[in-house]
Design a protein around this ligand. Structure first.
Ligand code: SAH
Ligand code: SF4
Ligand code: F3S
Length: 372
């Protein structure tokens, strides 16, 4: 059987990167090998992100490029997955007539079956089904032989926090943690294949296992720390409200855990934090960072901040600048607030103008340059 060429384009967070890696592995038994040459691809998979309007536009502009290619090569199969696919569902097929497959965030394991069907008889398929569980699927062992000593491992999916600006709970579904045994098996297999560092992924790893009554996140970390041959452990993302004393202590106790925490604060104003539904205060945040630095003096703290959330006054923004000065983050990702169709903040009054958002973003980035 001749091999076929797979081009995979990934937009968005590390979860999408992990999903794309899974897709590459899952498609090997169907004779697909990865290529960097888009014009020679037999199958193009676009993995999308819906977090901000810009990311959505990126996906549609890539589809525009594909339309051109598909005219030249009508046999090219085009599949769109990820968070935009989940959000748009069937309307995606209408909006982009070149699409053969639309698959949602929980349909990754079913993608090979969909591709087989399209190969056999050109049809259009949509699968954006979501359930409350997590579908575990086996990755063929040989397909783990990829280059590089560092790998992502998703330990939980979805999110139940419903921050008022955020689309994730609507496109990734309910929070659900994978069982420790499955996670450890996956990591042990990676280590056998030469991997030395893993980054554990979840929208809110600090609440790992709570809902299902599994072991707490710090206990999972301790078990991973004991895996022979593994050198380094990282994780992302942590929600400040769930950063427990036990997890903070892990930074002092576990020698393989890297001295870095990404702890998105979003705003330094309590009024804004409250309307964002973040469920911690500026004071809670400062105290947690102080404690982390006490336990692990060399810890690097990085964060995300949104500027121009609806109703953010100049004084609210000043409070954010003030917090940035107080903490001196080692790295900062700053975003202009963007309305998301499903998220409640889209309907909040007192929107900040685009011009004002741009100015605030610039001011924040200029301040942060002093510390990075
Ligand atoms: N689960 C992670 C965040 C995932 S989204 C957490 O809770 O920290 C990554 C970042 O995108 C967020 O931290 C936030 O700063 C930003 N973001 C999310 N929704 C946004 C929106 N509507 N507009 C602008 N930035 C947004
Ligand atoms: Fe979005 Fe909040 Fe969940 Fe993070 S914790 S994914 S920001 S809803
Ligand atoms: Fe984007 Fe989906 Fe990740 S919306 S940030 S790819 S969970």
């Amino acid at each position: 059987m001749n091999t076929k060429q797979l081009f995979i384009q990934t937009i968005g967070c590390q979860m999408n990167v992990y999903d794309s890696e899974q897709i590459v592995s899952l498609l090997k038994p169907l004779w697909y090998v990865s290529t960097d040459a888009l014009d020679r691809a037999d199958l193009v998979v676009l993995n999308t992100c819906a977090i901000r309007e810009k990311a959505v536009q990126k996906a549609f502009s890539f589809l525009g490029r594909l339309a051109e290619l598909k005219r030249k090569n009508p046999r090219m199969i085009i599949a769109v997955g990820g968070c935009v696919a989940q959000q748009e569902g069937r309307s995606m097929l209408k909006r982009a007539p070149i699409l053969d497959i639309v698959f949602g965030t929980q349909a990754v394991g079913r993608l090979p079956g969909m591709i087989r069907r399209v190969e056999a008889r050109r049809c259009r398929i949509i699968d954006v089904a979501v359930t409350d569980g997590v579908e575990e699927f086996d990755i063929p062992d040989a397909d783990r032989e990829r280059e590089g000593a560092s790998r992502f491992v998703t330990i939980m999916q979805g999110c139940d926090n419903f921050c008022t600006y955020c689309v994730v709970p609507y496109v990734r579904g309910r929070e659900f943690s994978r069982r420790p045994g499955r996670i450890l098996c996956e990591i042990e297999a990676l280590v056998d294949a030469g991997v030395r560092e893993v980054t554990l992924l979840g929208q809110n790893v600090n609440s790992y296992g709570k809902k299902e009554g599994l072991i707490p996140f710090e206990a999972l970390l301790a078990r991973i720390n004991a895996v022979d041959g593994l050198h380094r452990i990282r994780f992302t993302t942590s929600h400040p409200k769930d950063l427990s004393p036990g997890l903070m202590s892990a930074f002092a106790d576990l020698e393989k855990l890297c001295a870095h925490i990404h702890l998105p604060v979003q705003s330094g104003s309590n009024a804004v934090l409250n309307r964002m539904h973040r469920r911690y205060t500026r004071e809670d945040y400062l105290e947690k960072v102080r404690r982390l630095r006490e336990l692990r003096p060399d810890i690097a703290v990085t964060s995300d901040i949104i500027v121009g959330f609806p109703g953010e006054s100049r004084a609210d923004f000043e409070a954010t600048l003030d917090l940035v000065r107080e903490i001196e983050f080692d790295g900062l990702f700053a975003f202009m607030y963007s309305d998301r169709p499903n998220a409640p903040a889209a309907r909040f009054p007192d929107k900040v103008t685009e011009g004002e958002k741009k100015e605030r973003l610039q001011e924040l980035l200029t301040l942060q340059e002093q510390y990075t």
